[in-house]
Write a protein that binds this ligand. Structure first.
Ligand code: GAR
Length: 187
């Protein structure tokens, strides 16, 4: 049984979707969710779903090996960033080579980089009158949103779309594809 650890900073609707997906699969399970925000809604979801949730702060993440020790203790096979907003430090990338993946709510390399996350991405897509957007699932390297791309899926943006409706379309793509891509990466 492969062991997935999710990192999430906010609502955690992707985390919940991934936990549900793998709860019915024999080959992998989500063993924990780690968050950098003690008030994140994702922790409520974890409680409800019976998955342990852990909080860490910035010094623990950047200046200690606490998170590394936690991941080793959890025997993580794959780390999945699902709405996690901090840059992953090099020591973690080196400890888990090609074992950390991220989802980004746009078609990278467009709309990536520092400060480009969540609704900010959808606002920029709207402002630039894009006719399509989508999701990118990629390996994590030392730069924001620059690791090798594993999977992309597109959706149309209509002139009547708002940042909110674009976000809904993108979330639908995330819910549909992210668990299946994780399953493939683990196989
Ligand atoms: C998702 O749309 C994810 O792609 C995005 O944050 C959202 C989290 O939603 N991630 C980024 O922007 C990373 N740069 P959720 O908390 O409901 O899963």
């Amino acid at each position: 049984m492969k062991r997935i650890v999710i990192f999430a900073s906010g609502s955690g609707s992707n985390a919940e979707n991934i936990i549900s997906f793998f709860s019915e699969k024999p080959q992998a399970e989500v063993v924990a969710v780690l968050t950098n925000k003690s008030s994140a809604k994702v922790l409520e979801r974890c409680d409800r779903m019976g998955v342990p949730g852990f909080y860490f702060n910035k010094p623990a993440f950047r200046e200690s090996d606490a998170v590394l020790r936690l991941l080793k203790g959890l025997e993580a096979d794959l780390v999945v960033l699902a709405g996690f907003l901090w840059k992953v430090p090099c020591y973690l990338i080196e400890a888990f080579p090609n074992k950390i993946i991220n989802i980004h709510p746009a078609l990278l390399p467009k709309y990536g980089g520092k400060g480009m996350y969540g609704d900010r991405v959808h606002q920029a897509v709207k402002e630039n009158q894009e006719t399509e957007t989508g999701i990118t699932i990629h390996y994590v390297n030392e730069n924001y949103d620059e690791g090798a791309i594993i999977f992309q899926a597109k959706t149309k943006v209509d002139p009547s779309d708002t940042p909110e409706t674009i976000a809904q379309k993108v979330h639908q793509l995330e819910y549909e594809h992210f668990p299946k891509v994780i399953e493939k990466v683990l196989s």
